[in-house]
Write a protein that binds this ligand. Sequence first.
Ligand code: ZN
Length: 116
Amino acid sequence: MANLFKSIGFLVLGIGIVIYLGSYLILDFTDEQVKTSVHPLLFRIVAIALTLLVLGYVLSFFQRAGGMLNRSKCVRCGKPIPKGRIYCFDHQQQVVEQYREKLEDLGAKAEKRAKI
Ligand SMILES: [Zn+2]
């Protein structure tokens, strides 16, 4: 959402610049009537672009701040952990050990079955 605002803001700003440069090439700015008709339009375009850009950056700031608050926690003890992890270091080792024991148990049972 924040990136969308930023993209549209830059797009509108780009359109404003193109219109500004284009109007310089096509229109005669010494003409007072042209000045009074083009400048308010440009002012409005730049205002819209800046509003969208500011909105985009404010939103992305809040998203980042929210991400800091919603940091991952270990499922077992609640310790803060890096993003994408499920357990803290100690509990991860514990879980790996338990899984290994389970596998060895299964292996032993399979061996027994093979002997019978
Ligand atoms: Zn833990």
